[in-house]
Ligand binder design. Structure first.
Ligand code: HEM
Length: 521
């Protein structure tokens, strides 16, 4: 009898569960949104949870499988996710109707996991105020200050490669991805904290070790990202801490110690930490980036001070958003140049010509005049966008612009940037590396929303100017001193680690650097 009762109960639970899941998974069919059939419990992202594919890989596949659909629907476990494919809808969501789609739907836990409360993750009024406060950190005049530090790090790289070439019989078969990751770590630790991380010369440096740990394509990091991006409700319910303790302790100690030292010794530096200290102490950033200057805030900067924890969280995002994106872009540009010596020659010609106009000195303005280099870097960012997708959250129940699809508040949205960048209707022969895709005529011939390496709208990358100038300076300074050629280890194509978020090659990315007659810089 008891056996029958248990069996009946189990059957009842099974039926109820089935009815519940059927209701959950009917979200897109009810709205007539096409999409792949979800799997019980894992939805359409099981292969990501199993560590086989990245979120970007899945977004690419959905885009390819639904080529003529303006949108498609999937599920992250049981959470509905809308993929935007049509450039006009993307434009409406990112720019015109931004106020209704401005959130990222990301997990933020100020008390339990304070490093999550940074600009990239926040939504609502807190994001709006913080964005307005932080944006001046990356104004042209502030980036000009940072440029000199960047140049110094690139010049150390030139000396480093010179030494390696001398020690290796005239050529250096460098793992460029690792080398650039170390230089970018040096750049970001200098411009963010005024600290020499010495990662180029000391690969085992604490900064490099922490940087590697943050982006390692492990199953743990892959699942962590999935929870962070799409499963906020579950993370809150089960009181997850997304940030690894060791990483939280590193940044907390780094910032509190450096701030205390600077405050006790009256030290001022034109770096990001100094500007964040101003936000902590005064609630706004002075025009000339110095703590003591009490001039009025730049237009539109709201007052209201940052707490120490908020400051640490911003430093953390600057570090992680800053070093991997720029080093991926620089090393992949170098990789493409091993395949295209004619493009390499054209860049060198341009660098020589621009430097002549600037008395042989590589300045911020000189880099801005390198228009061909700009096309080359744009093409790298098209072919290998560091962030393969953008994400947004529906902030109030409404229709998706240009459609009759009604979505609930809290529905997550994804813009498959990498898939758009590889769509042959916008970029014929998408695997071909062709900087002329960025001539004025070519750009005017396609919708603007099919090129989104820095995102778009009010949430566009806040440090786009800094990121671009850093990549261009690295490329210009390396090419001004060295020729790059394929070595016996250079792959035909770069194969990326399946779980990496920012494109991380599966293996080393080696190529030969040889001396070129110095042309200055
Ligand atoms: C080549 C270099 C870089 C690329 C390709 C890149 C790309 C991106 C993208 C795609 C976004 C999301 C934009 C959106 O959702 O519309 C973003 C946001 C952001 N990036 Fe970058 N980034 C780069 C460099 C940097 C650097 C150097 C920093 C800081 C030092 C930085 C800090 C941020 C921050 C704080 C956000 C969040 C902005 C917000 O939500 O308001 N990025 N970036």
């Amino acid at each position: 009898m008891i056996g029958w009762t248990i069996a009946a109960l189990l059957a009842g639970v099974g039926v109820a569960l089935y009815a519940y899941l059927a209701k959950v998974f009917s979200y897109w069919t009810k709205r007539k949104v096409p999409g792949p059939a979800p799997t019980l419990l894992t939805g359409n992202f099981g292969s990501n949870l199993m560590g086989q594919n990245s979120i970007g890989d899945i977004a690419d596949k959905v885009y390819k499988d639904y080529p003529n659909e303006p949108v498609a629907g999937t599920f992250v476990m049981m959470q509905p996710l809308l993929h935007l494919h049509d450039p006009e809808i993307i434009k409406q969501v990112l720019i015109k109707d931004f106020q209704d789609f401005h959130g990222r739907g990301i997990y933020v836990e100020t008390e339990r996991d304070p490093l999550t409360a940074h600009l990239f993750n926040l939504s609502g009024q807190r994001w709006k105020e913080l964005r307005a406060k932080i944006a001046p950190t990356f104004s042209p005049s502030k980036v000009k200050y940072m440029f000199e530090t960047m140049k110094e790090c690139c010049s150390q790289l030139q000396d480093f490669v010179d030494e390696k070439i001398a020690a290796n019989g005239g050529r250096y078969n460098a793992d460029i991805r690792e080398m650039q990751a170390r230089v970018s770590t040096d750049v970001i630790s200098s411009v963010a904290f005024g600290i020499q991380s010495n990662s180029l010369k000391t690969p085992e440096s604490e900064f490099r070790r922490i940087g590697t740990k943050v982006v390692e394509p492990t199953v743990f990091n892959s699942v962590r990202l999935m929870v962070l991006f799409f499963l906020r409700e579950a993370a809150q319910k089960f009181k997850f801490s997304i940030t690894v303790n060791e990483i939280e302790s590193f940044f907390t100690k780094l910032v509190t110690d450096t701030v205390a030292y600077r405050e006790q010794n009256g030290i001022e530096r034109a770096d990001m930490l100094n500007m964040l200290m101003q936000l902590k102490n005064k609630g706004f950033i002075s025009k000339d980036a110095k703590e003591g200057d009490e001039t009025e805030p730049e237009d539109g900067q709201p007052r209201g001070k940052l707490t120490m924890n908020e400051m640490i969280a911003q430093v953390y995002i600057f570090f992680i958003a800053g070093f991997d994106t720029t080093s991926a872009t620089t090393s992949l540009t170098m990789f493409e140049l091993t395949k295209h010596p004619e493009i390499q020659d054209k860049i060198v010609e341009e660098v020589q010509e621009v430097l002549k106009r600037h008395n042989g000195e590589l300045t911020f303005d000189a880099v801005s005049e390198m228009t061909y280099l700009d096309k080359v870097v744009s093409e790298t960012l098209r072919k290998y966008p560091p962030l393969p997708f953008l994400n947004r959250e529906v902030m109030k129940a409404r229709e998706i612009p240009g459609t009759k699809i009604h979505v609930e508040k809290g529905t997550r949205i994804i813009v498959p940037v990498r898939a758009l960048h590889h769509d042959p209707q916008y970029y014929p022969e998408p695997d071909k590396f062709d900087p002329e895709r960025f001539s004025d005529e070519a750009k005017a011939s396609r919708p603007s929303q099919v090129y989104l390496p820095f995102g778009d709208g009010p949430r566009v990358c806040v440090a786009q100017r800094l990121g671009l100038v850093q990549v261009k300076t690295s490329v210009a300074m390396l090419l001004s001193r060295f020729r790059i050629e394929p070595s016996e280890d250079t792959p035909e194509e770069v194969e990326f680690a399946p779980r990496s978020f920012v494109p991380l090659p599966k293996r080393e990315l080696r190529m030969n650097l040889l001396p070129r007659n110095p042309i200055a810089a």
